[in-house]
Design a protein around this ligand. Structure first.
Ligand SMILES: C[S@@+](CC[C@H](N)C(=O)[O-])C[C@H]1O[C@@H](n2cnc3c(N)ncnc32)[C@H](O)[C@@H]1O
Length: 210
């Protein structure tokens, strides 16, 4: 597998993890994990028949034995058999919707999430579900920034800056510069009397400190 993004996701999986990869599509993450004995149990799911048959063909190419299931989100899955869920390459509202099934669940201790948008809303909602942001990996692939978030079961509440901009690590440097340019560009374009300016200025100040 040569996707830096999916390799970063895989680096958060441990040998003892029993993982559900929701929205597996091609199945590359699961195939990499299985081939390299990186987890104890594995279930690949997808909503779309075509995605699953793609995954099944790829699994066959490597002669691997991996469970697959066509289902919407976490429906029809015995969650008690797993301790970890990965959801990558989807939008935040879809991810939050899928994870809402975890409200009364105790077996899923770890979530590895790579959302395509609204990371602040993602962090806040997953934190409210009873998971703390434990680590993040930020990478740039094909000129796009990806933040891969690892959450672990905990009632610890995230502070506002972490919700907005994530864990302040060395690998965020280029990403934060990108965000600064992004918000400064918006600020340049909106009129001086626009009420949104205050919010953007506040965000710029936080990123500059980070
Ligand atoms: C862009 S692909 C990402 C594939 C892979 N996870 C990755 O990161 O490379 C998103 C996949 O999620 C699937 N998907 C979207 N909503 C879903 C849901 N509610 N339940 C299961 N799969 C879903 C889509 O069918 C698609 O195959």
């Amino acid at each position: 597998m040569n996707s830096k993004r999916l390799l970063s996701v895989a680096s958060f999986i441990d040998n003892n993890d029993k993982l559900i990869d929701v929205g597996c599509d091609h199945g590359y993450l699961g195939i990499y994990l299985k081939k390299n004995n990186k987890c104890k149990d594995l279930l690949l799911t997808d909503l779309r028949e075509s995605a699953l048959s793609n995954a099944i063909n790829n699994i066959k190419k490597y002669n691997l034995d991996i469970k697959v299931l066509k289902t919407d989100g976490l429906n029809n899955i015995d969650l008690d058999k797993y301790n970890c869920i990965s959801i990558c390459g989807m939008g935040t509202s879809n991810i939050i919707d899928i994870l809402s099934k975890l409200k009364n669940n105790n077996s899923i201790k770890k979530l590895i999430i790579q959302s395509n948008n609204d990371l602040d809303i993602l962090r806040k909602n997953i934190n409210n579900l009873g998971y703390n942001l434990d680590d993040e990996i930020t990478i740039k692939e094909n000129d796009i920034f990806y933040v891969i978030c690892k959450f672990v079961k905990s009632n610890k509440k995230l502070d506002n800056n972490t919700i907005l901009f994530g864990i302040n690590k060395e690998d965020k440097k280029e990403y934060y510069h990108y965000l600064l340019d992004y918000y400064n560009n918006i600020l340049d374009k909106i009129p001086l009397d626009n009420k949104d300016r205050e919010d953007i200025i506040q965000k710029i100040n936080i990123i500059e400190k980070m």
